[in-house]
Design a protein around this ligand. Structure first.
Ligand code: KG4
Ligand code: ZN
Length: 371
């Protein structure tokens, strides 16, 4: 069969992800416009490697990616039962992210492309998250996306695989970063999101008063640094008064913090939806993606909001909320299907906003390039 005939019917794409602290490879296949199949999705996390340092150490991350990528790719191909010669393209995160890690992935993908002749497709990591609802549910364009992760928080209108309009975003920290900091301050393990969520289960979210930043300002920009400061102050106050924290104190602090994040995200999503629906009344869909979208409380707050507004809500399964390569393979597949691919001069980019026309956000990304 000619490659061109094969491309028109079924596309099989290998994806690579290494922009932060997960080394991942995956194979995704799509026949025409049917729901894509994730044939394999391998993720090697680096949590233990960085645990002693209180955050991701870029040099350690880059070296670990370089060591693990080959192995990860081999495993993804084996599990998918696919040879390099079966691939139509190799997609790789080309940014934004920690540059050493992004370079490791891009070099590996270039090596595969050069050796096998398979076309190379550079993918924006954020596009991987933003297109996930199409991978999991076949969500048609356009839709409103809330992208909430360890390094990003933004509202985007997704009109096409390369067409994004940013409606607003965080002016300081990302929510995932605030969850991670909360865990550190309370002595809970990293990544902070899942540990804070687990702790919050038995907590009383009303006991401590957390602020709801920026709700008094119009628009859908967000801020999370004040929540971190509030948490630190409450902890210090308890330690001064009692000499330490009880299990219940910790649970109540986590529950109060989590509720504040959920309230703020829900109210700002309401506002973003009003803007979105004014322009796109016929496609009332909200999708959420990124690591923080794994949080049950936040998911259900957004789901209730969408129910009230008669808007369709979609959220990926937990394993596709956090960083993975299936989303990169799929975003690459969309680009490739549209006739777009890159040469061996593909350049890794530490910064790469999805909406190039939106003004840079004050403070956005200042804590590093986690995406
Ligand atoms: O998208 P992601 O895997 O990676 C990057 O940000 O690059 O998101 C990771 C972030 C971390 O900050 C982690 O604490 C957060 O997502 N996270 C959560 C939960 N699971 C992961 N935050 C809140 N609740 C969760 N269940
Ligand atoms: Zn991410």
């Amino acid at each position: 069969m000619q490659r061109s005939e094969k491309m028109a019917r079924t596309l099989t794409v290998l994806g690579l992800e290494s922009s932060c602290d997960d080394t991942a490879a995956a194979v995704v296949r799509q026949t025409d416009n049917t729901l894509p199949d994730i044939l394999s999705s391998i993720v090697y996390g680096q949590t233990e490697l960085h645990s002693a340092y209180g955050g991701v150490v870029p040099e350690l991350a880059a070296r670990a990616h370089a060591e693990k990528l080959d192995h990860c790719v081999r495993e993804a191909l084996r599990e998918a039962n696919v040879e390099l010669s079966d691939l139509d393209a190799v997609a790789v995160t080309a940014g934004p992210g920690l540059i050493g890690g992004v370079m490791s992935g891009v070099m590996c993908a270039k090596g595969i492309s050069a050796a096998s002749g398979v076309p190379l497709v550079g993918v924006n990591h954020l596009a991987g998250h933003a297109l996930t609802p199409r991978l999991t549910d076949g969500t048609p364009f356009p839709y409103l996306m809330l992208l909430v992760s360890g390094g990003h928080c933004q509202f985007l209108i997704v009109r096409g695989h390369g067409a994004y309009t940013r409606l607003g975003g965080t002016i300081d920290d990302a929510p995932g970063e605030a969850f991670d900091k909360t865990a550190r301050v309370l002595g809970l393990p990293q990544p902070g999101g899942p540990s804070v969520e687990a702790e919050a289960k038995t907590g009383d979210s009303e006991r401590f008063r957390f602020p709801r930043p920026l709700l008094d300002r119009p628009g859908c920009d967000l801020s999370f640094s004040g929540l971190k400061t509030a948490l630190l102050r409450l902890r210090d106050q308890l330690v001064n008064e009692q000499g330490g924290l009880t299990r219940a104190d910790r649970a109540d602090l986590c529950a109060g913090f989590q509720q504040a994040v959920a309230d703020v995200l829900s109210e700002k999503t309401h506002r973003a939806l009003q803007i979105y629906l004014a322009g796109e009344p016929d496609t009332p869909t909200v999708a959420v993606a990124g690591g923080v979208a794994a949080n049950t409380k936040i998911r259900s707050a957004l789901e209730s909001l969408c129910d009230e507004m008669s808007v369709t809500f979609t959220a990926p399964p937990l394993s596709l909320c956090t960083d993975n390569a299936a989303m990169i393979a799929y975003a690459g597949l969309e680009r490739f299907k549209a006739g777009e691919y890159d040469g061996l001069d593909l350049t890794p980019r530490p910064r790469w906003p999805l909406d190039q026309s939106a003004p840079a956000m004050l403070g956005s990304g200042k804590k590093g390039a986690k995406a």
